[in-house]
Design a protein around this ligand. Structure first.
Ligand code: SAH
Length: 589
């Protein structure tokens, strides 16, 4: 069965016809009232009426039409502006002499949405199990597979949010509106600023991470909007929840040009940083995202540093391991601001070192793979502080693994090339020539996937700056490839395809940054795409599911390492490996 279309229906003033007067009828009335609709109960005068429903009727919240249901009720009890046709019908089970099947087909004919209790076949819609917190509404359906389960899932999701998160949604919504209005005022653009008109389903377009060139005159106008989009994407929710109205005012008034990146209260360093006798700077990689993939050395550095300067991409579960007392600054790298954000981080680091602190510069993946790690190393060394560098698991090699792609494999691939899709100043680097036994992993490339694929296959200019010229050794269009996004995170997604279809696949599926592209015949070694269509999407990360991490997930594992010492850790790491190898059971859509 095709999945249902989930929508949020504005039901203000609608008339909901509820047939029956049992406890379920009462529950339906209560929901209708909650969403601003007018419930009308049809039940004969001698019907047993649930006591709460009776109270509602008495209080005038619910109208009771004292008679048995008749077909004409559907077209006469509704609002006058829709010719008295009711807006929805709920059959709750105890309507006298009422045939649910008859009502259902009548409603279908009249295009009135109908819901019949315990009869999925007679329903044209079902209600979701909802969590409601101000503007934030979360709805779950299991498509009739179990309402208790739906309610459990809903509770689980709701409890993972910071308390009163609806208020944060409200605040950020107001913020977004204000930025939009001010940008409109300032730049008199006819086009709304980036993302403003997107609805939730399209908010993460591939253009999301697009670099803004220096010459882009609208850049200043959209900068705050992008900043907002990016903090919504990358900040841990609990950090978003701590934004106050005063913070928002400060940001609104200070972020007008890129040179205005003075410290905002959101990032101000805590004055009571714990003093250390000897300044230490640690440059550490935090792996691809899953906290279980941190090295023990990096984990220890997270626990002991007196200040942490983190990259934007360091994911929330890793940041959650930072002790509350430790001040954290997250890089404000949004398009067009990478250099300023980097300079800001370096000077914060230096300032803390002067004061004798232990500074942890926490980077995503491995610090020396496209992480500006060596630049930072040289910077601090020149100032007299030689960094301790801790390696991290790079996404370039772990994302393929979590997608069941071995970058090397006997007789298929004997070399791996790691490339960037974005060179300095946003230019596209030349594509590598075709080597049949090579696996190429492209980082920072998905936002310009189609020009990259064109360049690889020889279908277009080799670089954006060249008018002509194609790849002298083009990659065949049937070369298998895979886009792996948010590798090792719960929302990991793999799109398997070929160079020929991958762009359409990503356009249709949307983007979920960060992600990378793997190209080469190794993509087929463990997963054969033959007969599977133009692309295949695999959702979710189940790499560590077999290990019981306890209630606080993988973070618990990392915490456990401290308590139980190395031998247990070794054992767990061994399990990690075993589990990661058993990744083939990802769900396929
Ligand atoms: N130093 C990092 C890479 C930094 S560049 C490392 O070693 O992994 C940032 C790029 O890394 C992103 O544009 C994306 O291509 C890739 N990336 C980072 N984390 C990723 C993840 N969890 N899944 C897929 N790609 C990721």
């Amino acid at each position: 069965m095709a999945p249902p279309l989930l929508t949020a229906l504005d039901s203000g003033g609608h008339v909901h016809l509820i047939i029956g007067s049992n406890p379920l009828a009462n529950a339906r009335c209560s929901k209708s009232i909650e969403v601003g609709a007018k419930p009308k109960v049809v039940a004969s005068a001698d019907a047993v009426v649930h006591y709460v429903l009776a109270k509602r009727i008495e209080d005038g919240e619910v109208e009771w039409i004292k008679k048995s249901f008749e077909d004409a009720d559907i077209s006469t009890l509704g609002r006058s502006e829709v010719d008295h046709v009711v807006d929805a019908v709920f059959v709750t089970g105890n309507g006298k002499n009422v045939s649910s099947t008859h009502i259902s087909s009548l409603c279908r004919r009249m295009r009135v949405p109908v819901n019949v209790v315990d009869s999925p076949n007679l329903c044209t819609f079902t209600l979701l199990s909802t969590h409601s917190d101000g503007p934030l509404q979360i709805g779950i359906t299991t498509s009739g597979k179990g309402c208790k389960l739906a309610s459990r899932i809903r509770r689980e999701i709701a409890s993972s949010l910071p308390p009163n998160f609806g208020t944060t949604v409200e605040r950020l919504g107001t913020f977004r509106r204000r930025i939009w209005e001010e940008d409109h005022k300032t730049y008199e653009t006819e086009e709304p600023a980036t993302e403003v008109e997107d609805d939730d389903a399209t908010a993460q377009r591939p253009a999301f991470n697009r670099l803004v060139s220096e010459t882009d005159h609208n850049a200043a106008g959209t900068r705050r909007m992008r900043w907002l989009s990016q903090i919504c994407e990358y900040w841990p929710l609990r950090r978003l929840a701590s934004i106050t109205d005063a913070d928002i005012d400060t940001i609104l008034h200070s972020y007008t040009t890129s040179s205005d990146l003075a410290l905002s209260p959101l990032n101000a360093t805590n004055p009571d940083i714990r003093s250390r006798p000897k300044p230490i700077i640690i440059l550490a990689g935090s792996g691809p995202g899953n906290p279980s993939l941190l090295t023990m050395a990096t984990h220890r550095a997270i626990q002991t540093a007196s200040i942490i300067l983190a990259d934007k991409l360091v994911p929330a579960p890793v940041l959650d391991l930072i002790p509350r007392r430790t001040p954290v600054h997250i890089a404000r790298k949004f398009p067009g601001n990478a250099d300023a954000a980097q300079a800001e981080l370096l000077s914060l680091g230096l300032e803390a070192l002067y004061k004798g602190h232990t500074v942890l510069r926490l980077k995503q993946g491995d610090p020396y793979i496209y992480g500006r790690g060596a630049e930072e190393y040289a910077f601090f060394r020149e100032k007299g502080y030689v960094p301790i560098v801790l390696s991290g698991i790079t996404s370039a090699l772990s994302a393929p693994l979590f997608a069941s792609i071995p970058p090397t494999h006997r007789s298929v691939a004997d070399q791996v090339l790691i490339c960037t899709g974005t060179g300095r100043k946003g230019a596209a680097p030349d594509p590598p020539p075709y080597i049949p036994t090579q696996t190429v992993v492209f980082l920072m490339a998905l936002h310009r996937l189609s020009s990259l694929v064109d360049a690889l296959t020889g279908a277009g200019p080799t670089t954006e700056s060249h008018e002509t010229g194609t790849n002298p050794k083009p990659w065949p269009r049937e070369t298998p490839c895979a886009v792996v996004e948010r590798a090792s995170c719960p929302d990991q997604r793999v799109i398997r395809s070929t160079l020929q279809h991958v762009c359409t696949a990503v356009e249709e599926e949307g983007s979920r940054p960060p992600g990378l592209l793997i190209v080469g015949w190794c993509c087929e070694v463990l997963k054969d795409m033959k007969g599977q269509g133009k692309w295949l999407v695999e959702e979710g990360f189940s790499g560590f599911e077999a290990i019981d991490f306890g209630s606080d997930g993988a973070a618990g594992l990392v915490k456990g390492m401290n308590i139980d010492g190395a031998s247990k850790t070794e054992e767990l790491l061994h399990h990690d490996k075993a589990s990661a190898n058993g990744m083939s059971d990802l769900s396929v859509r």
